[in-house]
Every structure is written in C-alpha cells, then in structure tokens.
Design a protein around this ligand. Structure first.
Ligand code: SF4
Ligand code: SF4
Length: 676
C-alpha cells in the first residue's frame, strides 16, 4: 500500500508498489528516491522493509533506466568530507562571533563580510568587505563552481544543523519541487543588486550619477548598522533554518529564497569546475541518495558525464561515498556548452495549475510580510513566503485528498482527518492567518507611507510656528487625514509597534495642529528606535517643544538626540534656541558657534549669532555673521518668512523685520499669506 504525501495516487511509485517480489533496495536508498517522485514518499510499512521495486525507481529517476537499483542492498558508506565541511562551517561561525566580539571590545572593525553589504556599494558607492567578498566569491564560482555556498555560508550551516537535528528526531526532510519557484533566488538577486541601478537609469530626479563615486568603507564603527536587531534575528534564523528545512527540504532556503544563490547558480553554469565521472560508475545511486542538495547525481553523470544541476554545492559527499570511486572534481566543458537532454526527466511536487497558484501565493505572501512593522527583512520575507506557499498548497491537498501523509505522520486516511492532520491544519491556518493579517497591516502601512510621501510642506516652514495649518490646502489636508487614518488602523490592529510609522504619524498630527499628540508619539517612537532615526525623532520632539515654549523639556530631548548623533547640526541649532530662551545666552552662543564650526553655511544659526552679537553690542561680529547668513539664504519668500519668525521668537526683532520685508518683496503674488 502506498500513502500519498504529495500529488496524485497514480504516481509511478504507487503503481509499482504491488511488485513485492522485486522489493530489494536498501532503506536509505528508498527514502531518498521516494523524494524524487511526485508522490513524495512511500508508506511507513514500505519504509520499514526498505522495499522499492527497480522498475519503480527506473521510472522515477530517469524515466529511462537504472539497472543496478536492485543491487543496492549494502549500506551506503559515510561521507568523509562531511566532517571537513562541518569543521569549515563551524570555524566560519566562530570567526563571525570573534568578529562581533572584536568590534564590541575595540569599537571599530572590518565591515561585515556579508554579500548583502554589496547593496551599499551599488547604491552609495561604499566599498566594503561584503562587496569584496561577494565579488571574489562570484569570480571563484566562475572557475570552481558553486562551492562557497557549501563550504562558507552560515545560513547553510544553520540548515545543515536543522536537517541533522530533524534526522536525530527520525524526521528526514523531503524536498519540495517546484518548476516556477526555483527562479525566485535569481529574481530576488536581480531585484537587490541590479534593480536600483536600472531604476536610476529611468527615474533620476536628483540627477545622481548612475555609477556612484566609490569611497572606502572597509572599516566601520557601526558594524550592526545594516543588520536587523537581535529580536528580529532570532525568528529570522528560525524561519530560514528550521521552517524552510522542515517544509521545503534540507536546502529549502537555498533553493527558493537565497538571492546570493541566484547569482552563484548562474555562475556555476559557466564554470569549468564540476563533479565528473569515470567509466567505473555502475549506477548504484549511492551518490544521489547522499546528496542533500537533491541533485540526481547518478542520472546526470550518466547523461552528461558530470553534475550539471546548479544546485550542486560541491560538498564532495557524493565523491566520498561512491563505492567505485567513480566521481571526482575536475575541469572541462561548462554546463552551458553541453546540449540539454530530454532523457533526464525531473519530477515535481506540483501540477501546473498548482505551480501558478503557488507563484501567486508566494508573491502575495512576500508583499504581505516584507517590511511589515518595519521589522521583517527581505531574506526573511522570502523564507516566510516559501513556507506559506507550501502550507497553502498542502492545506488544499488536505481538504481534497482522501489519503495524505507528511513525514511519518498520517494526516488523513480514508477521507478522515487524523490527529496529526488536525495539528497540521491548525498550524497551517495560524501561519496563513498570520500572513493574511500581516498583509492587512502592510496595506495600511503602505497607504500611510504613500500619503506621507505626498506631503509638500517643507519641515522648516512647518516648524516656524506651532500650528502650520495655514500652509495646507484642502487636498493636502485630506491626504494627511487619509494617511493618519491608515496609520491609526495599522497601529490598532498591529501585533507590534512600527517604529518607522510612529514619527510619520507624529508629523501628520503636528501638521493637523495636534502638537501635544505629536510630542507624545515622537517620544514613543524614540523609545523603539536607535541611531539616526532615534536622533531625528528626539530632534523633532525638541523642536516642537521649543515652538510651544516648553524650553526646559526641549533641552533634554535635544541633548539625547545629540548623544545619539553628534553630527545632527539641526539639534544644536534648536538646543541653542532653548538655552537662549532660558536666559543662558553665553551657553546658547557657544552651541551656535559649535554648529557653524560644523557647517558654516547655516543661514538661521548665522542670523542667530548675528542677533546675539548685536544684543551684546558687538556690531562688527554681528555684521560678519549677517553677511555669512545672507550669502547662503535662498531667494525664497517662505524661507525669509521662516527666518523672520524664528528670529522674532528669540527677540531678535531687527533681523526678523529685515527678513519679513524681504519675504514681502519676494512674495510676488504667490500663495504665501500676508502678515506674520
Ligand atoms: S557515481 Fe558512484 S555512487 Fe554514483 S551511481 Fe555511479 S557508482 Fe554509484
Ligand atoms: S552533487 Fe555531490 S557535490 Fe554536489 S551537492 Fe550533491 S553531494 Fe555535494
């Protein structure tokens, strides 16, 4: 009897199960080969006997013939290279830990040796260690094939560890085989590394150079800047490790999610370095049974004389276990120059309609999960989407099939849901439900962000007075109300706080005249944020408090902003204003002087220094600052109006009058309001 794991009951395996007198192959061999067929696996009874017919295997594997399956009775020997690979991956992880410790102790280190860092190079021209590593790894792959994944990837190490743990629990990860989803890694790689430049080619309003100016970023003090927080990294590793391995197979993440693998797989097709075969091969199949990348080694070497599957990570396990020492790593023709054969038929887990539905589910899940709550990074979203696709399709099967199993668990039998089936259904519904909920949140966050992007009122102008409502026309007001509505909906239904949406919601509130609410939201945002974004939230909070005349409260907020980012000059400008208003004029002048030392072009601060010098009778000094300010003041009535208001608030009326006059002169009939 055959229990169907995935696919219809008319699989070659089920047809052949009746041929009991030919049940000869070894248990390990059977377990592996049943992964290759559409139905996925044989029944537990069949597994126990280790039985599979040579005829069945023949169809399942090549559709052409595998003569020696029946003779594969003896146990497959253990791979000697797997130990070396495990040692290499452990060393890699230790090296990573040492790298982080060294940074924590010394405060400065080599930038992360992570391929994702290449995005910084492409977009900003920052030449970092990750870019150099990724470039060298691709060059090496072009010669030696895809070995970096197998011997130097920490996510693969995690997947291997998860696979090993599952096997210890008696669960052997089964590969999920899709025709369409295998293109995800390459598409993701193009999106990450090619799309930003392509986008700049067609949409470049700021005329940024297509190839940015390269600068040296090999050493960094902010090692963790581009990485998710530890609270996100843990579920990230759980999803990319355990979840993908359990549902999609030992190399589930590599096959359906890893963008770097997309490029490595492409480079592998061009490389002359391959696993090749000698005439000593007798098609015993031990190599295929051992390969954790689900490569049909024996069939490929028979057909092409080498392994052509770009999923081969050159782990050398197949070479090590071959009883005839028929395999070796050697150089010759690359895959791209070898004519493709139709003799080698692959089997897939999905029918074509399921493939299409699966691709749509994947896309929907990716859009729903990516960036939700400003927490889920792209790679994690890819891993989640792959798992969601599997669970959705499997649930569909669970509803429709009469017989269904998963690993050794019988989910459904004679049309009746078993205990394991209920457990699976509950888990799948929770997972899919969480995805749908994330999609709902993401939808509101997206529309909130969209409304935020459409705000045209410059920050300086809005911050010139407490209530900036005068600068909003009815369309802008409606847009802000709409954006606020979406952010409110996302925050009401959300499971986590979105620390990036909070300051935007705060800005909506401020523009609508709710300064108090805005201050509270900015404080809340800062408590979840770090580095630059935290500094900015604290700065805006301080600035609004200054406008409200709450200088004592503004000062600590601005001090905290500067503690986060010492180079945030605007926070110095505001801090100077708080101090001036509190009567601590000398300290204010010192802070403003410090600000212009960092940036001599600051029009407002130079005006403030001019006003301060005037009030102390230092007219020469005042005139020098005024000249400097005028040199960098744009000929814009709004800007002059803003300067006038800020200076008027500080009691620097003479200078304020000057700018109000200039604003009036430049107004020339535009929508700027009359008066002050
Ligand atoms: S390469 Fe070696 S392990 Fe693989 S089928 Fe041939 S003889 Fe068997
Ligand atoms: S084909 Fe061989 S070398 Fe390639 S991944 Fe499989 S076992 Fe490793």
């Amino acid at each position: 009897m055959v229990t169907v794991l995935w696919g219809g009951g008319d699989s070659v395996l089920s047809r052949s199960a009746a041929v009991h007198d030919e049940q000869l192959a070894s248990r390990a061999f059977c377990r592996k080969f049943c992964n290759l067929v559409k139905s996925g696996c044989v029944s537990p009874e069949l597994k126990m006997t280790g039985a599979i017919s040579p005829q069945a295997s023949r169809h399942a594997i090549t559709g052409a013939g595998l003569s020696a399956v029946a003779s594969a009775k003896a146990d497959i020997r253990k791979s000697k290279t797997s130990r070396w690979r495990a040692a290499a991956l452990m060393t890699l992880n230790l090296f990573m830990i040492a790298h982080i410790i060294q940074w924590r102790v010394m405060g400065k280190t080599i930038s992360p040796i992570e391929p994702s860092e290449t995005m910084q190079t492409i977009q900003g021209g920052f030449v970092n260690a990750g870019f150099i590593f990724f470039s060298l790894a691709i060059l090496a792959t072009l010669i030696f094939g895809r070995f970096v994944c197998g011997w130097g990837c920490h996510i693969l190490a995690l997947q291997d560890l998860c696979g090993w743990l599952l096997k210890k629990m008696g669960l052997h990860p089964k590969p999920f085989r899709s025709r369409l989803l295998v293109y995800v890694p390459l598409i993701a790689a193009l999106y990450m590394f090619v799309w930003p430049t392509a986008y700049r080619l067609f949409h470049n309003p700021e005329n940024a150079p297509l190839i940015p100016k390269f600068t040296n970023h090999l050493v960094t003090t902010n090692f963790w800047q581009t990485f998710p927080s530890v609270a996100v990294a843990i579920p990230f590793l759980f999803v990319c490790g355990f979840v993908t391995v359990y549902f999609l197979g030992q190399k589930g993440f590599c096959t359906y999610a890893c963008p770097y693998g997309g490029f490595f797989g492409l480079a592998d097709k061009l490389s002359p370095g391959k696993i090749r075969v000698t005439p000593a091969c007798n098609q015993c199949g031990h190599c295929t049974a051992t390969c954790t990348s689900n490569v049909m080694v024996h069939a490929e070497v028979k057909q092409y004389g080498m392994v052509v599957d770009p999923g081969c990570m050159k782990c050398m396990d197949c070479v090590s276990v071959c009883p005839n020492d028929a395999l070796y790593f050697g150089f010759g023709k690359p895959t791209i120059l070898v004519p493709k054969s139709n003799a080698l038929k692959r089997s897939y887990s999905l029918t074509w309609p399921e493939e299409v539905v699966g691709a749509l589910v994947f896309l929907g899940s990716l859009l729903a999960v990516r960036g939700v709550y400003a927490l889920v990074p792209f790679l994690m979203a890819l891993g989640c989407a792959a798992a969601t696709t599997f669970l959705t399709l499997k649930m569909w099967r669970l509803i429709r099939a009469r017989e269904l199993s998963f690993y050794r668990f019988n989910l459904k039998s004679a049309g009746k849901l078993r205990k394991a089936g209920w457990a699976f259904a509950i888990f799948a519904c929770c997972w899919i439900g969480l995805n749908a909920h994330s999609g709902w949140i993401r939808y509101h966050e997206f529309l909130g962000n969209f409304a935020f992007q459409k705000i045209h009122v410059p920050d300086e102008l809005a911050l010139a007075q407490v209530n900036p409502a005068r600068w909003l026309n009815s369309t802008e007001r409606e847009n802000i109300l709409e954006g606020k509505k979406h952010y409110d909906a996302a925050s009401r239904a959300g499971l986590f706080v979105n620390s990036e949406a909070l300051p935007k919601l705060a800005w909506f509130e401020y523009l609508l005249g709710n300064a108090e609410q805005s201050i509270q939201l900015l404080g809340q945002a800062a408590s979840y944020q770090k580095d630059e974004s935290k500094a900015l939230s604290l700065y805006y909070r301080g600035a609004i408090l200054n406008r409200l005349g709450r200088y004592e409260e503004a000062r600590p907020s601005l001090d905290q902003a500067l503690a986060e980012r010492d180079d945030l000059i605007l926070a110095r400008q505001e801090k100077g204003e708080s101090l001036w208003q509190l009567g601590r004029h000398d300290e204010a002048v010192a802070v403003w002087t410090d600000a212009v030392r960092h940036n001599a072009r600051l029009a407002l601060v130079n005006n403030e220094l001019a006003g301060a010098a005037r009030s102390l009778g230092k007219l020469e000094e005042a005139s020098a600052h005024e000249k400097q300010a005028d040199q960098f003041t744009p000929d814009n009535p709004f800007y002059h109006w803003m300067l006038g208001h800020r200076l008027q608030d500080l009691g620097m009326t003479e200078l304020a009058e000057k700018h109000f006059r200039q604003a009036e002169q430049l107004r020339a009939g535009n929508e700027m309001p009359h008066g002050r």
